[in-house]
Design a protein around this ligand. Sequence first.
Ligand code: CAA
Length: 285
Amino acid sequence: MAREFSTVGVVGLGTMGAGIAEVLARTGVQVVAVEVDDAGIERGRGHIEHSTSRALAKGKLDEAGRDELLSRVTYSTSLKDLAGADLVIEAIPESLELKARVFAELDTIVGPDAILASNTSSLSITEISVHTGRPGKVVGLHFFNPAPVLKLTEVVKTVVTEPDVVTDVVAFAERLGKEPVVMGDRAGFIANALLFGYLNHAVSMFETKYATREDLDAAMRYGCGYPMGPLALLDLIGLDTAYEILETMYAQSRNRLHAPAPILKQMITAGQLGRKTGKGFYTYD
Ligand code: CAA
């Protein structure tokens, strides 16, 4: 029998954390959502309210269902409020130092059987896990953006992750309506390892003026049936996040495909991070 996870913590309420909290609450799970300060909480709450309003407008949720969903999420600025969680999913910025600190602290707060998961897209789960006294109960649980829509979750096991932990997390992901896939701890896991060489190549084509952004994106949408072209997708992911993922993969693989195209760094320095700053390869209202 797979383990029940009735209370789940989410640490970090950026785009991914808020989306994950929404997915959990939609499935009937009690969520304790933690951010560093009140402004972070308000931003996260805003994400969830906006996304569920959209579902309401589209008739995918009714008023009562939305209220119930929202009432399942409680907010806090203290990790100590995660003491009763069976599973905690961390979705803070991609810094090993920050994650190590959060995992070490969580380890002292949650019960001995609780599972600690990271939504990291590029950092090593093994390196995160050794900052706890329970590396066997640490996994990667990587959602895709937008989390409420995309079905994939990557479940990343390290050499010491307990097999039961993997089985339970896979069963839980299925309960959330996701399609879990399981893999070892390698930079990029499966999807990003395949995706980011392609995205980076598209940036190089744009940078060398080989084709316009519109034509690059149209080629992949209309020629390959992708829902978005590569440059529009990079704007959705965030150029800063994309750059971090490419750098980590390049450091590990030394595959030239993953050496970040120089223009990415320039756009990041200029504050053009994609949708979240209103400008990336495209401009947003
Ligand atoms: N939150 C909740 N629901 C959302 C949403 C969001 N942020 N964005 C879109 N939706 C819903 C819409 O409400 C709509 O629902 P219905 O079909 O039930 O009406 C559905 O998704 C489709 O949305 P739209 O009609 O607005 O637009 P679309 O058909 O162009 O789809 C998209 C938008 C879902 C983003 C689609 O273009 C897509 O799947 N793009 C590719 C995204 C992708 O590849 N993501 C992976 C990035 S890599 C990653 O995340 C890993 C990493 O580590 C960085």
